[in-house]
Design a protein around this ligand. Structure first.
Ligand code: SF4
Length: 262
């Protein structure tokens, strides 16, 4: 959008990516040790290296992400060691920011960000419990997915573009003023981040579908599947951020974009 569609920048969410939200909170929480902290993010995405280097990604006063390694690079590093990683048993992530929900897991698949957001939006807006969290209408490998969600009488039209190519038509419609959607998810990589440029090769369509199936299986097996039910996210808001869209949240969880030709 910054390069090709700067006139639509005001439509783009100001939310930082999960990598950058995590990074700014991590460094701010450890403010007095930020100088010593070296934050390495393991990502499926080569573009994250560019994102981490953006000058505005220093909400904590220091560069929020110091180094990005892709999953493929981490695989290479593991193969250079004598360890058999497959034999290492699972363990829990460190607290704080270690607990996770199914909503976080499905971010990796096309439609996952939309589904995770809707699981929370429904409950926040209506005050009711969303009984069936499986919003399957935005899942799958189709290029374009559309749905209408009923928020207690208010109909919200959503769309998911599964690759940049599929987003082009949506962008044209927005510019022409004919787009019917209130909320649009665009994933650059077909299938979503599970097919990111930093992922293990081969990353064929079948492999991507397997990864997506694994993600939804993980989501289905988790006790918590909505972001706002994450106990550590709740604690973070209670003790530190105070409220969504509050001053601290704005500083640490949001960013801005500007037109560029670079
Ligand atoms: S969809 Fe692709 S480009 Fe976008 S964040 Fe995921 S891996 Fe990166």
């Amino acid at each position: 959008c910054e390069k090709k569609h700067p006139e639509l920048l005001h439509n783009v969410s100001t939310c930082r990516s999960p990598m950058e939200m995590f990074a700014s909170v991590l460094k701010e929480l450890n403010k007095y040790e930020s100088q010593k902290l070296f934050h390495v993010a393991v990502m499926p995405c080569t573009a994250k290296k560019f994102e981490a280097a953006r000058l505005e990604m220093n909400a904590s006063g220091y560069r929020d992400v110091d180094l990005v390694l892709t999953t493929r690079e981490v695989g290479k590093l593991f193969r250079m060691t004598p360890w058999d990683v497959a034999k290492v048993g699972p363990s829990n992530f460190d607290s704080l920011l270690g607990a996770y929900t199914g909503a976080g897991v499905i971010f990796g698949a096309s439609g996952g960000v939309m589904e995770a957001a809707l699981r929370t939006v429904y409950e926040v807006v209506t005050g009711k419990t969303l009984e069936d969290v499986n919003l399957t209408m935005v899942r799958g490998f189709d290029g374009m997915k559309e749905a209408e969600v009923d928020l207690d009488g208010t109909k919200v039209k959503v769309a998911v573009a599964n690759s940049l190519g599929c987003a082009r038509k949506i962008m044209d419609d927005i510019k022409a003023g004919t787009s019917p959607y209130h909320f649009i998810e665009v994933m650059c990589c077909p299938g979503g981040c599970i097919g990111g440029g930093g992922q293990p090769i081969p990353s064929t369509i079948d492999k991507r579908k397997e990864r997506i199936a694994a993600i939804y299986a993980e989501d289905a097996g988790l006790p918590l599947r909505k972001s706002h039910e994450n106990p550590e996210v709740k604690l973070l808001y209670d003790d530190f951020l105070k409220e969504p869209l509050g001053h601290k949240s704005h500083e640490l969880l949001h960013t801005h974009y500007a037109a560029t030709n670079k």
